[in-house]
Design a protein around this ligand. Structure first.
Ligand SMILES: Nc1nc2c(c(=O)[nH]1)N[C@@H](CN(C=O)c1ccc(C(=O)N[C@@H](CCC(=O)O)C(=O)O)cc1)CN2
Ligand SMILES: NCC(=O)N[C@@H]1O[C@H](COP(=O)([O-])[O-])[C@@H](O)[C@H]1O
Length: 216
């Protein structure tokens, strides 16, 4: 950790509204950390523009070249993940936040970061144990319309090998409304996400600071 402010590396794949929430919070007492690097696996991710607008260094790490080099997709992903870990370890962040990062990370990534004691957290637009994976909001709406659930939520959790099954750090319930459009539900969920991701990052940073103070 830097002498003064903990460093946060953010992984994105899209618009970056959650990244923006982290950037804004980092410029206030709400988040005692600095966003020091943003990595996207999609070149067109608007989150890269958001980072550049705040002079935050960015990298683009794409899977396609690996798929061309390795015929076996599992091997391509493993090498991709290992190279992503090397890229991040060069930056030596204090933590990594997956903010709309739409790539499942293998142990080729998770193990090197765990060995370096760098926690990884993820924002997921569902409650623990519900709708793991992609398209969680749509799937929750469909389940609500089938009468299978009465509400949904948002969580921030530690990232482990099993997708979206890491220990929850922040859990927020979101009411579901009969007849509400997907766009309106997504808008309400995004608003909750933007608060939850900042709270989750803050909790982890404060834990890190306490642990490292105790080691001194
Ligand atoms: N090992 C882990 N990796 C990731 C986790 C995790 O908990 N453990 N969280 C995800 C984020 N996420 C949900 O919160 C998620 C994102 C994407 C997918 C997925 O199916 N990805 C596909 C590609 C989809 C696409 O390109 O649109 C894939 O990786 O093949 C599932 C869950 C981040 N990673
Ligand atoms: N499984 C992960 C997942 O679905 N993440 C979702 O991606 C979006 C990213 O938006 P953003 O790029 O504007 O932050 C968010 O809605 C987030 O819940």
């Amino acid at each position: 950790m830097s002498d003064s402010t903990p460093s946060i590396l953010v992984l994105i794949s899209g618009s970056g509204s959650n990244l923006q929430a982290l950037i804004d919070a980092s410029q206030s007492p709400r988040l005692p950390g600095k966003i020091t690097h943003v990595i996207s696996n999609k070149k067109s991710a608007y989150g890269l523009t958001r980072a550049a607008n705040h002079s935050i260094p960015t990298s683009y790490h794409n899977l396609v070249p690996y798929k061309k080099q390795y015929s076996d997709i599992a091997e391509a992903r493993s090498v991709y993940d290992a190279d992503l870990a090397k890229l991040i370890l060069e930056q030596k962040p204090d933590m990594v936040v997956c903010a709309g990062w739409m790539h499942i990370l293998s142990m080729s990534f998770l193990t090197p970061l765990a060995d370096a004691n760098i926690p990884i957290i993820n924002l997921h637009p569902a409650l623990p144990g519900m709708f793991d994976g992609a398209r969680a909001i749509e799937r929750a709406k469909e389940a609500f319309e089938r009468g299978e659930i009465s509400g949904t939520g948002v969580m921030v959790h530690y990232v482990i090998g099993e997708v979206d099954r890491g220990e929850p750090i922040v859990v927020r319930d979101v009411e579901m409304k009969v007849g509400e459009s997907l766009d309106d539900l997504e808008a309400r969920i995004h608003a909750v996400e933007h608060e939850a991701i900042v709270e989750g990052a803050r909790i982890v940073l404060e834990k890190l600071v306490k642990e490292r103070a105790g080691q001194q």
